[in-house]
Ligand binder design. Structure first.
Ligand code: COA
Length: 162
């Protein structure tokens, strides 16, 4: 039984993330999407609460029987240990991701060499996509529908209508 974590902030989950999750689900028996609290991210923290982000991931991966989502705080390698995951899967979009990902993979390897970091290349249509781009489009009235699943589009519309 090979279990992998796909970690991130997912504020909110996008089609770019889902592409990586779907492909990871073909490579591993089980995939656990690890939604980080990331309380320090941005000036006022994430737009969506941790519970909302987990719920949006769960709704988005509903059709994938070997994928689940959990919230987490603390070290990723500790979550890997407690969930008995042996791999961490990350998406690589552009060369700009590489240095940061390289650093995180190296630290995680130092902390827990039994957990492998596996990189999956994003396809060209998602290489420029990020959650903050989607949040900005939603806030400024741009067309963001094709970048996110329907449940996320609806949640964003509600968030910015508040
Ligand atoms: N498609 C679309 N967007 C993607 C993407 C993809 N495939 N992969 C990453 N992104 C975007 C995200 O949407 C996010 O966009 P934003 O900054 O515009 O909101 C951005 O890339 C960064 O992604 P994020 O999810 O915040 O992940 P990260 O690579 O910064 O890592 C954790 C976050 C939680 C995985 C990492 O900080 C972690 O492991 N924390 C735990 C603490 C720890 O163990 N530390 C020691 C290791 S260094």
């Amino acid at each position: 039984m090979k279990r992998a974590l796909v970690p991130g902030t997912f504020d909110p989950v996008t089609e770019g993330h889902l592409d990586i999750i779907r492909r990871a689900a073909k490579l591993f028996d089980e995939v656990v999407v690890a939604v980080a609290a990331s309380a320090g991210k941005g000036p006022s923290g994430p737009l969506f609460s941790l519970d909302e982000r987990v719920s949006l991931v769960e709704q988005s991966v509903g059709g994938l029987s070997n994928v689940s989502a959990v919230p987490f705080e603390g070290l990723l390698v500790d979550l890997a240990r407690s969930t008995q995951a042996t791999a961490v899967v990350k998406g690589l979009r552009a060369i700009t991701d590489f240095e940061y990902e390289f650093q995180m993979a190296a630290v995680n390897f130092e902390l827990s060499p039994e957990v492998e970091t596996v990189f999956i290349m994003s396809p060209p249509q998602y290489m420029y996509l990020s959650s903050s781009i989607v949040r900005e489009l939603a806030q400024l009235g741009g067309d963001f529908g094709r970048f996110v699943p329907d449940c996320v589009a609806q949640a964003l519309a509600e968030k910015f209508a508040e």
